[in-house]
Design a protein around this ligand. Sequence first.
Ligand SMILES: *[C@@H]1O[C@H](CO)[C@@H](O)[C@H](O)[C@H]1NC(C)=O
Length: 365
Amino acid sequence: MGVLFISLLIILAVASTVNSCPPSDRSALMDFKASLTEPYLGLLNSWTGSDCCKNWYGISCDPTTGRVADISLRGESEDPIFEKAGRTGFMTGSISPSICALDRLTTLIVADWKGITGEIPKCITSLSNLRILDVIGNKISGRLPADIGRLSRLTVLNVADNVISGPIPTSIVNLQSLMHLDLSNNKLSGEIPADLGKLTMMSRALLSRNQLTGSIPTSIANIYRLADLDLSVNQISGPIPAQLGSMRVLSTLKLDSNQISGQIPGSLLGNGGLSIINLSRNSLEGYIPDVFGPKSYFTSLDLSYNNLKGSIPKSVSSAKYMGHMDVSHNHLCGPIPASSAFDHLEASSFTANDCLCGVPLLRTC
Ligand SMILES: *[C@@H]1O[C@H](CO)[C@@H](O)[C@H](O)[C@H]1NC(C)=O
C-alpha cells in the first residue's frame, strides 16, 4: 500500500515536471520578454527559472498539457501592484513574433502599456486556438494582418487606441466566433467590409475615430445580437440604412461626426430599444420623423448640427423618458412641444435653428 502510494507520487511528480512549460514555450516567452522594456515595476523580473507556468507574472498554462495558454499583461488594472507603486503600467519595445511559437495560446492581452510600438506580428494568424487578442492602449502601428479571418475561434479583437493604418481586412468577416470588435481610435482607412453582417455573434462593433469612408453596410442589420454600434468620427457618407431601425437588441447607435446624408429613417427613432442615438454633425436633411410614443425611451438623442427642417413633432411629448435631447444647429421652426419628459432641457438643446419658439427659448411663439 505504502509503496504503491509512493510510486504514485513519483509518477505524478515526474508527469508534472515533464509537462509543465516545455523549453520551446519558455524560450518563446524569453524572446518576447527581451523585446519589451518595463522600466518602473520590474514585473517581468518574475520571468525566471525553468517553469514558466509557475509564478511568471501574467502567464498561465493549460493544466493538462502544461503548455502556455494565456499571456495577460494589463498596464491598467485592479492589481494592487499598480496602486502600491502609485502609477499605471508603462512599457516600450514591441510584440515579438516569437509568440507565434506558442501554438496553444488562447489569450494574448498586452493592454494599456502606452509605449509599445511596432506591428502586430503577421504570424499571429497561425495561432488557431486564439480567442482573445487585446492590445488596446499602445502605439502599435502597421496594418492588421490581411488573413486575420483565419482566427476562427477569436471572440475578442481589441486593437483600440493605437496608430494602426491601412484597411479593415475583408477577411475579418470570416471571424465566425467574434463577439466584441473594437478598432476605435486608430488610423484605419477605406470602407467597412460590405458583408460585415456575416459576423452574427457580434454584440459590440466599435469603429469610431478612424478615417473610414464609404457607406454603412446594410448587412449590419443582420447582426441580430448587436447591442452597440459606434461608427462615429469617420468620413462615412451615404444614407442610414432603414434596416438598422428593426434591430432587436441594438441599444446604442453612434454615427456622429461623419458625412451621412439623406433622411432619418422613422424606424430608427421608433425602435423602442434604441436608447442612445447620436447623429450629430452630419448632413441629414428632411423632417424629424413623427414616430415617438409612450414606448419611446431615450437616455440621449442628439440630432444637432444637421440640416433638419420642419417642426419638432408633437409626439415627442408622449415619450416615456427623454434624458437628454439636442436638436440645436438645424433649420427647425415652430413651437417646442411642452412635455414633462423634457422639462429639464436647457435652451442650448434648441438654439441656432431658423425659428423655434417657446420654453426654454427666450423667443415666444
Ligand atoms: C454626439 O456627438 C457629438 C459630435 O461627435 C459630440 O460632440 C456630442 O457630445 C455627442 N452627444 C452626446 C449626447 O454624447
